[in-house]
Ligand binder design. Structure first.
Ligand SMILES: C[S@@+](CC[C@H](N)C(=O)[O-])C[C@H]1O[C@@H](n2cnc3c(N)ncnc32)[C@H](O)[C@@H]1O
Length: 250
């Protein structure tokens, strides 16, 4: 899987690419991330990438020529296996299903906007998809590009243990159930008894109920598309860790 990032601030990616799972995936050759400085495709001595918006208004807009020419030079072959994405607050909302779809591509170009955004002709000429990582506005597309690389890379076979990507939030349209680890007791709180029972069917049932309840409480919109019984009789308290005294695991 190859990512090509087009940005005027390549340094923003330094830490992200050189730590933890992304660093290891790069070292193992499972993913490749190339950073391209859009200013290298400018033609004036100031290396300008922006200009005033037609029609007036606040701020500046990134010009089409350096961006288009950078992408065309770095990704000359753009077939079905390639996706070009423009990071944009007005794009379609990024979600796990898009990450899954992108993980089947062999090459992804990510264009990071700055200023008030990018001349619309970049998307039109390159056939790019405009993607937003959420309903808020950031100063640039670099963090959104890193978010997409991270979400897609961990779905590439070998990057992380495969179980971790099938049994997690959003993989099946639900949020993940609560997780617990040692110490057994911390500040009077202990894990729910069922998790210590060794009874796999009961553990699975409990996790399923918790996932449904959590999704219903926090993201009811996710359940709208599902024809699931969200379970009965589980209150917010029933999902909290047990107190050592009273309703503890006994
Ligand atoms: C200050 S923003 C431009 C906002 C734009 N004027 C608007 O109202 O949608 C500059 C750049 O940050 C990036 N950006 C900001 N918020 C984003 C988001 N939620 N998702 C993806 N990219 C975003 C885009 O690349 C954008 O071109």
């Amino acid at each position: 899987m190859r990512f090509d990032v087009f940005t005027i601030f390549p340094g923003i990616f330094d830490g992200f690419l050189t730590e933890s799972i992304i660093k290891r995936a790069r070292e193992q050759g499972l993913i490749n991330v190339s950073l391209h400085d859009i200013r290298d495709w400018t033609t004036d001595r100031h290396r300008s990438v922006d200009d005033y918006p037609y029609g007036g208004g606040a701020g500046m807009v990134m010009m089409a020529p350096p961006v288009v020419e950078a992408v065309e030079a770095c990704i000359p072959e753009r077939d079905d296996d390639t996706e070009i994405i423009i990071l944009s607050a007005s794009g379609v909302r990024f979600q796990q299903s898009i990450a899954q779809e992108l993980s089947h591509k062999s090459r992804i170009g990510l264009i990071c906007g700055r200023y008030e955004g990018i001349d619309q002709r970049v998307a039109d000429i390159l056939g790019a998809r405009e993607v937003s990582i959420g309903d808020y506005v950031l100063t640039g597309g670099e963090l959104p590009a890193a978010v997409i690389i991270d979400a897609v890379a961990r779905l590439v076979p070998g990057v992380i243990q495969e179980d971790s990507t099938t049994d997690e939030s959003h993989a099946a349209g639900l949020l993940e159930y609560p997780q617990y680890t040692r110490p057994f007791e911390y500040r009077g709180l202990t894990p729910p008894e069922v998790l210590l029972s060794g009874h796999h069917a009961n553990v699975e049932k409990w996790r399923r109920e918790q996932a449904l309840q959590r999704t219903r409480d926090r993201r009811p919109d996710l359940l709208e598309s599902q024809n699931e019984d969200a379970g009965h009789g589980h209150t917010e308290n029933s999902r909290k860790p047990n107190r050592q005294s009273g309703d503890g695991i006994g």
